[in-house]
Design a protein around this ligand. Structure first.
Ligand SMILES: Nc1ncnc2c1ncn2[C@@H]1O[C@H](COP(=O)(O)OP(=O)(O)OP(=O)(O)O)[C@@H](O)[C@H]1O
Ligand SMILES: [Mg+2]
Length: 301
């Protein structure tokens, strides 16, 4: 991300709220935002949906589980020197002591990442209950939130497994490009294993298409392909490729404060409302999905 001179970073003042509130979920929802493919829009999706739901009057927490710390940056929280999710996973601090508030929103909190998190994959290996350390920590505070989003790194290691174990739902962002579905079968396999062994409540409920360019045939083909495999999970509002979305993090902001009337902000707002509407009646026990495994080119394996 480009470094922006300090004087150009504008502090967010005031609190953003929507006129029309979004519905509260039947019970708290915890989303793991995962795709082991890098750069597909996981962080952009997690922080902007979280920000939009908060503007809709819901209580939201973002957990930055990526050592890159991009979600913490986008939410404008300090994450270079403070303790964060790493210390929580290691058991050296209490989760409630490291959660930070994000400026500009009614209730939008962040459990930040920091560079120490890069050691977590190694240090977790020898720990007791290594797959459920995040779940145990979130259990202490989850009742304070309507929505929790866990932003994963681009891998399927122990951090991502911790996120899958802690979540109630999986949200997969898929970039509208060639090989968009590459690696999806591996991700679905991980989901299936965690569901069987660690977290039977987990449901793949939501797929969001990102960086959509309606002018290209390829992007439209990807939409059609994903819709045919995941008709119920797909949110039928693709996020367009939009420059404001990529600029916002360099100002330590989500697009909801950086440029709320931009096409990217409007699209994420619509997606957030759709997620909230679905959540009114969401019950993971009654959602049953026939997950077809996809091969590299997106055909059914
Ligand atoms: N809809 C969009 N339009 C334009 N740029 C976008 C869009 N979505 C994301 N980007 C940009 O693409 C890059 C990758 O996005 P993002 O960081 O959200 O992906 P990621 O999956 O979290 O990446 P990583 O795997 O590294 O964690 C970023 O520079 C982001 O600003
Ligand atoms: Mg990311």
């Amino acid at each position: 991300m480009a470094d922006v001179p300090r004087e150009t970073i504008q502090k967010v003042v005031g609190t953003r709220r929507l006129k029309e509130a979004m519905p509260k979920p039947a019970k708290g929802r915890i989303f793991v935002v995962a795709n082991q493919k890098g750069g597909v829009g996981k962080t952009t999706t997690a922080v902007n949906i979280a920000a939009a739901l908060s503007m809709g009057g819901l209580k939201v927490l973002v957990v930055d589980l990526d050592p890159q710390g991009n979600a913490s940056t986008a939410l404008g929280v300090e994450h270079k020197v403070s303790m964060g999710v790493y210390e929580v996973l290691m058991g050296s601090t209490q989760i409630k002591d490291v959660i930070q508030k994000c400026a500009g929103f009614p209730v939008l909190d962040c459990l930040p990442s920091n560079t120490s998190l890069a050691q977590a994959e190694i240090n977790l290996v020898s720990m007791v209950a290594r797959e459920s350390r995040l779940k145990d920590a979130l259990n202490e505070i989850k009742d304070n939130y309507d929505y929790i989003f866990i932003d994963c790194p681009p891998s399927l290691g122990l951090l991502t497994v911790n996120a899958f174990s802690a979540a109630t739902e999986v949200l997969i962002p898929i970039q509208c490009e060639y090989y968009a579905l590459e690696g999806l079968s591996q991700l679905l396999e991980t989901y299936k294993i965690v569901k069987q062994r660690l977290n039977s409540e987990l449901t793949l409920s939501t797929i969001v298409l990102t960086m959509f360019d309606s002018r290209t045939r390829l992007a439209n083909d990807v939409v059609a392909n994903v819709r045919s495999h995941f008709p119920r999970e797909l949110i039928d509002i693709p996020i367009p490729r939009a420059v404001r979305l990529s600029e916002a993090p360099s100002y330590s902001q989500t697009v909801m404060t950086y440029d709320p009337s931009s096409t990217g902000a409007i699209a994420y707002m619509q997606v957030a409302r759709e997620i909230a509407e679905r959540g009114k009646a969401f019950d993971s026990n009654v959602v049953r999905i026939d997950h077809k495994l996809l091969n590299k080119t997106g055909d059914i394996a």
